[in-house]
Ligand binder design. Structure first.
Ligand code: ATP
Length: 357
């Protein structure tokens, strides 16, 4: 097991620089996710860690060992991919034993380790089957058992759940998290699915355009995003144009219709145009709420109901969510009053690049 340190990484394909100068420290034993939209560079970075991509600049370390010039097969990594990549002609058991046989370990050790990981991944009852006789989720368990059986220093996973249906994805991500904790292996996990990332990760690096936008625990990213990209990519939010105005050192949020709310969290800050991020659940329906909302549409989702509303002074339609109640049936044209939980919202510079809190 080892921490992974990446200093000043650079990746160039032909004459295109995909990653300019990327730095990340991944703590020993943690599950660390690279999250971002398609094309942001997460697979490229993972392949640099694995050794499948050349490195055009910077230093990569596993623990204290610089691995830039170590070939992939010598880096002692386990890998799990989207498409399982297990051998169709081998049984489940032989798939799991594969890496151990390659390493020419003693027979009884191979047997013992294989059994251990078959059990750990709960696939021992299928050990004599061929992969084609397994479901996608079971095949992915085989891939994970095979990757872990060699006792790698790091585990790399690239969209491992993308081929599974929604229900199985949720089950498998739970299984991966539990196994990862149990084995304690430093894991780098690539996904474009923010919900999956939130559910599974100790820490997440949100990437965009080859750059890391923010690294943090899921809660930090959700509650204190660095910029509007992270605020909108992690969970859902309403980004509202507004102004910060100062009356005798007391800060106020001023919306486009002139309505103001005292905002003590930024007392003393200078007057400026801002973007305010308010998540749907940070609106509260209250009889004396400051905002008059008119429903455009409502969506019932079981535990919560989402409303799409217009609010005077807000430059766009706004999403509001609240716990569903059995009796209530509000629809288009109905109105209610909303307050905002000011302790929870975020306030950014007008270009969205910086959180003012
Ligand atoms: P996805 O979720 O779609 O896989 P990603 O975030 O993993 O996206 P990468 O596959 O890392 O993105 O790609 C990052 C950028 O590098 C993209 O613009 C892509 O077109 C480019 N790229 C990746 N591999 C190559 C290659 N072998 N040659 C040229 N350009 C490449």
């Amino acid at each position: 097991m080892s921490k992974i340190v990446i200093d000043n990484a650079k990746k160039v394909f032909g004459d295109t620089t995909v990653i300019e100068d990327l730095n990340v420290h991944i703590p020993d034993g943690s599950l660390f996710t690279l999250l971002g939209p398609s094309g942001c560079g997460k697979t490229t970075l993972l392949r640099m860690i694995a050794g499948f991509n050349s490195i055009e600049g910077g230093d990569f370390y596993f623990g204290e060992n610089r691995i830039n010039d170590i070939e992939p097969s010598k880096r002692n990594i386990g890998m799990v991919f989207q498409n399982y990549a297990i051998f169709p002609h081998l049984t489940v058991k032989d798939n799991v034993a594969f890496g151990l046989k390659q390493r020419k370990l003693p027979k009884d050790e191979i047997e013992k380790t294989t059994e251990k990981y078959l059990k750990l991944m709960q696939i021992d009852q299928y050990k004599d089957r061929k992969p084609e006789q397994l479901s996608g989720g079971q095949q992915q368990r085989v891939a994970l058992a095979r990757a872990l059986a060699i006792h790698p220093d790091v585990l790399l996973m690239d969209e491992p759940l993308s081929n599974l249906d929604a229900k199985l994805r949720v089950d498998m991500r739970q299984a991966i998290r539990e196994i990862q904790h149990e084995v304690g292996i430093t894991t780098v996990y690539v996904t474009h699915d923010q919900e999956e990332a939130m559910a599974i990760s100790d820490q997440i690096a949100v990437m965009y355009g080859g750059e890391i936008q923010q690294i943090g625990r899921p809660k930090e990213l959700y509650h204190r995003p660095n910029n509007t990209f992270v605020a909108t990519f992690i969970g859902r939010t309403n980004i509202i144009d507004a102004k910060l105005v100062n009356h005798d050192g007391k800060a106020h949020l001023q919306f486009e219709n002139g309505q103001e709310l005292a905002y003590p969290l930024l007392d003393g800050a200078k007057d400026q145009a801002i973007k305010v991020s308010i998540r749907p659940e940070e609106f509260m329906r209250e009889a004396d709420g400051e905002f008059e909302a008119t429903i455009e549409d409502s969506v019932y989702l079981g535990s919560v109901t989402e409303y799409y509303v217009t609010i005077p002074g807000f430059n766009q339609r706004v999403q509001v969510s609240e716990e569903s109640t059995f009796n209530e049936d509000l629809g288009k044209g109905d109105t209610f009053k909303l307050a905002v939980n000011l302790q929870k919202i975020n306030v950014f510079t007008a270009d969205g690049s910086q959180n003012l809190l």
